[in-house]
Design a binder for this molecule. Structure first.
Ligand SMILES: [Zn+2]
Ligand SMILES: [Zn+2]
Length: 297
């Protein structure tokens, strides 16, 4: 089996490409970034000098995979037209930014219907994505990854059926993939903490959208209990999922080549990322698959 792609979400303070330095400083070979401030609608223009640095530093620092995460403000499921239009424009901008850096994937929270109902919300998301795609014809190789959600409030995407229904209504389904977040899955009711529950989840995933649609994992333990729908990330092994769930995914050959990225709590010193990645590496059965920078001396 191939070398694992392991990493964490990293800050872009000082420039987007600085995230690569942070990723490699802790020995990881994959990274998630925001391409701009994630709590603002508008970002500065893409810094072409930083794009060049990114393209040099990715191979130089042995970071083999990068994914961006779209702004938390975007809500393609909203029934309110002004917010919907703003969300379409903002997500198109996210796609263009990722494309400028050569980042192949942009994780997107599908959205919240805020009262209009799930079916209406799903239709809005698909229609919104169709507009995003029409607005970004040069970026067909930059995919939107719909994230599996915990199901808080009126959030859409807490089951694989929702994600399938969205993709079915998209005119260019090849431009859409999926990101599975372990915390969200568990909180949504998928019991990946033990082998039988994990296999049941894999079966449903494969039946609904196909395993190949999954382009990355978010690795977070869950503060909330199974089915609680509470979206609270905690350190690996310290939540309701526990080590076993991560062991199952890490050693499953079906995920060879698919990155696994932490979004667990941390400070600027990245010590928590170091600890969580070390914990994950301890769960890997074949030491040859551990990324070189994370192997113990
Ligand atoms: Zn996530
Ligand atoms: Zn979350």
């Amino acid at each position: 089996m191939s070398t694992l792609l392991l990493g964490a979400h990293m800050s872009i303070a000082g420039g987007v490409s600085q995230a690569l330095d942070r990723a490699s400083s802790i020995g990881s070979n994959a990274v998630q970034i925001f391409t701009k401030n994630n709590r603002q609608w508008q970002g500065p223009p893409v810094d072409e000098v930083d794009v060049v640095r990114w393209q040099q530093e990715m191979p130089a620092q042995a970071v083999d995979y990068a994914v961006s995460h779209a702004s938390y403000l975007i809500n393609l499921a909203t029934p309110k037209d002004p917010l919907w239009q703003k969300s379409i424009a903002a997500h198109a901008d996210e796609i263009r930014r990722a494309h400028a850096y050569g980042v192949p994937h942009v994780v997107l929270h599908p959205g919240a219907h805020t009262g209009s109902g799930e079916e209406a919300g799903i239709g809005r998301i698909a229609a919104g994505l169709n507009q995003v795609h029409a607005a970004t014809p040069a970026c067909t190789d930059t995919l939107t990854l719909l994230e599996l959600m915990a199901g808080q409030g009126t959030t859409i995407g807490y089951c694989f059926s929702h994600l399938r229904q969205i993709i079915e209504q998209v005119e260019a389904p090849a431009r859409v993939g999926v990101c599975v977040d372990t915390c969200h899955a568990f909180a949504a009711g998928y019991d990946l903490a033990q082998a039988a529950g994990y296999e049941a989840m894999m079966e449903e995933l494969d039946k609904e959208i196909g395993l190949a649609t999954v382009k990355c994992w978010h690795f977070n333990d869950s503060k909330g209990a199974l089915g609680s729908r509470v979206d609270r990330h905690v350190h690996i092994g310290q939540g309701a999922i526990g080590n076993e769930g991560f062991r199952l995914i890490l050693n499953d050959s079906r995920w060879a080549g698919i990155a696994m990225l932490l979004e667990t709590p941390k400070d600027d010193d990245l010590k928590d990322d170091v600890l969580n990645l070390a914990r994950l590496c301890e769960l890997v059965a074949d030491p040859e698959r551990i990324p070189p920078g994370l192997r113990q001396a």
